[in-house]
Design a protein around this ligand. Sequence first.
Ligand SMILES: [Zn+2]
Length: 402
Amino acid sequence: MNVLLRHVRWWSGAREDAGDIRIRRGVVAEMGRGLAVGRRERVLELAGHLVLPGLINCHDHLALDLLPLLGTPPYRNMYEWADDIYHPETPPISHILRVGLRDRLRWGAVRNLIAGATTVMHHDPYSRRWFTARFPVRVPARYGWSHSLGFGEDLAADFQRSSGPYVVHAAEGLDARSAAEVDQLDELGVVGRRTVLVHGVGVTTSQQRMMVEAGCGLVWCPASNLRLYGRTAPIADLKGRIRIGLGTDSTLSGSPHLLDELRAAADTGLATPDELLRMVTTDAADLLQLDAGAGRLAPHAAADLCVMPDTGRSPAETLLHTTPADLALVMVAGTPRLAAPEWATALDEGGPHARIDGRTKWLSVDVAALRARIHKATDGVGVRDNPIWHTVQADGSAGGSA
Ligand SMILES: [Zn+2]
C-alpha cells in the first residue's frame, strides 16, 4: 500500500521536523515539505498529528498477557513471588491456560498494539508458527534467552548457541540472592556486549562497574519492580553508561501497557521524557540489535510508526500524555494495524471495529471473535481482572463481561 501522510509533525529518532511522509512498499520512501501526491497513493490529511517511530517494548511474555496482577507484595525476590503465584492447577492460571497459545499470543499483541508498540521482545522461545508476517506486531526472531539463573538449565549453552542479543532476568529483588546474580552470570561467562539483563533491581555498585566494562545492556521495568519490591533499578547511576531499554513485563506484574509504563517510568524521576522516548525507540533498537532503521523514521527504514494528536509539546512530552484512546494510526511495515475510523476508511480497511477505552478503532485483529473464544475457554475466570480485558472491547458492547 502506498500512502502519503500529509501535514504532520514527526520525530525521526534524531530530530523533529514537519511536512509529509511517503510510504511505499512497506518502507519510508520520502520525508519532506509539500510532496506531490503520487499515482495510486492514498492520502491521509493528518494536520494536527505527531508521527513517531513505532514503539519497541523491550520485555514482555506475550502468552501471559491475559492474566491479572497476581500476588501480595512486597517480595524479597522474583523466586518468592513465582512460588507464591504460580499454581497452574488452580484459577486463574488454570483457566487462562485453557485458551489456546495462538489466542493468548494474539491478546498479548493487542495489548502492545493499543499502546503504539510495533515491536515486542518476547521472553520465551520464538515461535515460527505464530509469529508470521500477519501477527499484529513484530517479534524479533534473532535472540538467545534464558529465563533466569533459578529457572534456567544451562545458561552458558543458551548464550553460546545463540546469536543477537542474549536476554535473561537478573537481580530481580532486594535480597542477597538477587545481589549475587550478576556476579554468578559473569562467572558463567554470559555477561558481554550481547547480554541484556532484565530488571537489575538488586545490582551492586561493583556490579554496575562490571556491567559498564562488559558493555552489557539493561531492560528497565519500573512498574513491575515498584509493585513487587518497592524499588527499581539504579537508572540514574546507569544511564549514559550502558544501553537501557524500557519494558512492560507481562500483565502479571507490570503496567497495563507500554504507554502506562512510560508514565510510571517518568513518575520515578530517574529519566527525562527525552530519555524515555529513546528507551522505547532508538536505544531499544540498538539494545536489541534490530535491523538498521528500526526505532527510527528515515528514508529506507521500515514504515513502523504510530500517530497521535499533536499537543504542541515536545514529542517526548506528547507521548507521555497519549492514551490508547488517542492513537490515530499504527502501522507495521506500512500496513495499518490500528486506525481511528476515518483513517481506516481512507485506507480502505473495513471489517469489525473494536472499542478501546470507549473509543471506536479499527484493528487488524477481530477483537469480538478473539474475546468470544477467550471467554468461552475461561468462562471469564481470570480475564475479568485482566486490565486490557476492560480496555479493549468488541464494538457495540459496553459491559465488562463477554
Ligand atoms: Zn519478565
